[in-house]
Write a protein that binds this ligand. Sequence first.
Ligand code: FAD
Ligand code: SF4
Length: 477
Amino acid sequence: MALTPKERMAIPRQQMPEREPEERNQDFKEVNLGFDESIAKLEADRCLQCKNSKCVPGCPVGIDIPAFLERISAGDLKGAAEILLDANALPGITGRVCPQEEQCEKVCIRAKGKNGEPVAVGHLERYVADWARENLDIKTLLADPTGIKIAIVGSGPAGLTCAGELAKKGHDATIFEALHKPGGVLTYGIPEFRLPNKIIESEVDRLREMGVKIICNVVIGRTFTIDELLDEEGFQAVFVANGAGLPIFMNIPGENLKGVYSANEYLTRSNLMGAYEFPKMDTPIIKGKHVVVIGGGNVAMDSVRTAKRLGAEEATLVYRRSRKEMPARDEEIHHAEEEGIIFKLLCNPIRYLGAEDGWVKGVECIQMELGEPDDSGRRRPIPIEGSEFIIDCDVAIPAIGTRANPLLSQATPDLKLNRWGYIEADENGMTSKEGVWAGGDIIRGAATVILAMGDGKQSAAEIDKWVREKAGLQPVG
Ligand code: FAD
Ligand code: SF4
């Protein structure tokens, strides 16, 4: 019998079961254990099935969230999985890394009021995606093959989603990836304790089963240019999703000392190259005893938690604003606190100190206070004169952001860039170059997985329309 709204309101938000902090900060196994059937059903029962649900427009890929939750409540996990996969090609990933508290869960009606708590849409997404992976052979309906070849540059969430959508529409989609493994930041950046590789591999395999081709170790702009793809390799259109993976440094003294890693290099060594298993794996990593990570976003949080797992006695996060302004996902900040990460807030590095042998031995920081809000809407950090102090360290990791790598744009001079070096694209992803679309971090600057996926989906719809019109083919439904 259906629950009344009052009965639904009486159910408290269900907590995600997780491993104990002292155990999990010693290894790279996943922190969250996932809902079981009874918890998932109870959580889904909390949904009020709103007529004008705010959660759906709150989701960048437009999952029909109430319908999906209703199927879980009814015990129909196959139905729930079909709704999920119809809108989202990578639900096992987004269920783990989306900032839901800023999207669907932020606008959920149940989040309203002083003690309001949104329906745990993300945790349920993860539950259904994991169930489907173990139990279901979902065959996605593919349109009749068109024989039209479309190239995708980069296999991060934008490229994977675009390729999957194009394959559904019957096109011959080929992804070119510079690294030796697909997944973009999902594979080289986000550690296994948040997003296990097997989840990425299985979601990539599903795309391969749909006919998506992935060719690794190909750098577009070097191995082929975009013009060569269009003029010589038979591709009718190109979607550029090469991300924004070039690290930014602070340009403070001592950044060239040994033991100062960019977060990108540190995480790539550990995640992509498996350095945490050195010498079983070939790539080494410096396992500092006192590691300082600078920044307050997901990248900083992943780096400092990795350092702890690599054996740091003290893993310290230095962030120039307060906890409230930290851009990292709430759950990651909370997990980092539980795992014994030291937070030095309202504090900014001004130089790295080196020992005689050229290795970093400390970071000099200055205390900050918050002033008026800046362009980002967050309160501006202002240094407090005379408050300098030193944190001893043997590894320091700046994780203060990334920008576009100019390699591809330099080889494609007719691709218009904005003043920060990102590709200019309209709301449908169309660039200044005919036949070329772009999406994800390369048009937005460092953003999120789901926004990159939304771009991939949007551009795929536009590319489909454009190539069909050019080839004189009927649109698909
Ligand atoms: P990317 O994921 O960067 O993928 C681009 C791909 O293109 C890469 O594989 C790259 O090797 C390839 N490439 C680059 N140049 C070329 C070329 N010339 N030829 C061929 N291939 C090329 N977002 C969240 O929503 N939640 C999180 O928890 C989160 N955590 C993060 C943690 C870290 C450590 C980092 C770095 C980012 C995190 N983000 C998170 C941000 C998110 O991962 C990115 O916004 C997202 O991956 C962008 O997707 P993309 O497809 O545009 O690019
Ligand atoms: Fe359910 Fe919240 Fe969406 Fe309403 S807003 S339909 S309660 S998930």
